[in-house]
Design a protein around this ligand. Structure first.
Ligand code: HEM
Ligand SMILES: *[C@@H]1O[C@H](CO)[C@@H](O)[C@H](O)[C@H]1NC(C)=O
Length: 318
């Protein structure tokens, strides 16, 4: 009787625990099912960044492009098939997103240790955090328990991802549509302290805009001709320290040296200008706001409970 009672109680507790887990993300989601997960991911990211530090930027951007399109559900990682037009070839992503091979290699290591347990969406959330931290930026605890989508949407990617030509109001609106504030948007744009952009993403800015430092535009024009078709060559989003996560991005904006029009638009002459000035002189404040905003972004539209699945291969649903 006593044994029956305790087994019954145990089962009920287990049910309650998994129901609770189904509702919300948790820092400890894998602490029993995959102990050692976080050091495993961090070591894999660290090894990859030692070979190519610029990959960290690719991973951070992948996480953003995942979360803004139907939530952080690894939909961006799905390959196209003859009958499925995925997000990888949506205009904002095409020929420009990178880091997929690194996600694959982390996933392979995780599968070897904990089979069919850890979602690709969570791996991306962890790898993005680790990339930022390893490049000198802030560290934050990642909520876990996202599940992977069984589909993606090229249309939603085209509609939800902001354009580099966007003005301040459009940027604020794109983030508000995801439940993020203007201040979150400014802090998160600080991710452009790492990584690079193609000439096609900033050509109009360096040839057309007025609020651009003349010598900065001159230097960028040397490798980004006005007439060329296609993407063209790459330039660092933060020329001062392209592989270091710091607050130089905001110092660039104050000097009218933002690479994208959407970067420079953060200084639009309105009341939010003071946030950019603040971050440009106080890296601690930027880091704190960036970390908090990444946690909020990482909670967008998460699939939990029995929705979605844990993909075995991040490039295709099971
Ligand atoms: C505010 C609106 C944003 C716009 C309009 C925007 C646009 C862009 C564009 C056009 C590029 C260059 C793509 C290319 O030419 O190949 C880029 C790169 C990048 N973006 Fe954003 N972005 C925004 C916000 C964000 C956010 C919120 C994050 C992350 C939190 C982010 C992270 C990155 C990173 C790390 C890169 C460099 C990628 C690499 O080197 O491969 N961006 N972004
Ligand atoms: C910088 O920002 C942090 C965090 O908001 C704050 O605690 C600190 O006092 C600020 N430092 C300066 C010099 O303003």
């Amino acid at each position: 009787m006593a044994a029956f009672f305790s087994i019954g109680t145990f089962l009920i507790l287990l049910l309650l625990a998994s129901a609770a887990r189904g509702q919300r993300l948790s820092h400890k989601y894998y602490s029993l099912s995959c102990p050692g997960l976080q050091p495993l991911v961090r070591d894999a990211v660290q090894q990859a960044l030692r070979r190519d530090p610029s990959l960290g930027a690719g991973i951070v951007r992948l996480f953003f492009h995942d979360c803004f399109v139907n939530g952080c559900d690894a939909s961006v990682l799905l390959d196209d098939t003859p009958s499925f037009a995925g997000e990888k070839n949506a205009p904002p992503n095409m020929n420009s997103l990178r880091g997929f091979e690194l996600v694959d290699s982390i996933k392979a290591r995780v599968e070897a240790r904990c089979r069919a347990t850890v979602s690709c969406a969570d791996i991306l959330a962890l790898a993005a955090r680790d990339s930022v931290a390893l490049l000198g930026g802030p560290y934050w605890a990642v909520y876990l328990g996202r599940r992977d989508a069984r589909t993606g949407s090229r249309q939603a990617a085209a509609a939800n991802l902001p354009s580099p030509g966007a003005g301040f109001a459009a940027l604020v609106a794109a983030f508000a549509a995801k439940g993020l504030t203007a201040r979150d948007m400014i802090a998160l744009s600080g991710a452009h302290t790492i990584g690079q952009a193609r000439c096609s993403s900033f050509r109009q800015r360096i040839y057309g805009d007025r609020n651009v430092d003349a010598s900065f535009a001159g230097v960028r024009r040397q490798t980004c001709p006005q007439q060329t078709e296609g993407g063209g060559s790459l330039a660092p989003l933060d020329a001062q320290s392209p592989a270091v996560f710091d607050n130089k991005y905001f110092q660039n904006l104050v000097a009218r040296r933002g690479l994208l029009r959407s970067d420079q638009e953060l200084l639009s002459g309105g009341p939010m200008d003071s946030v950019v000035w603040h971050y440009s002189v106080n890296q601690t404040a930027f880091f704190a706001d960036f970390a908090a905003a990444m946690v909020r972004m990482g909670g967008i539209g998460a699939l939990t409970g029995s929705r979605g699945e844990v993909r075995l291969n991040c490039r295709k649903w099971n």
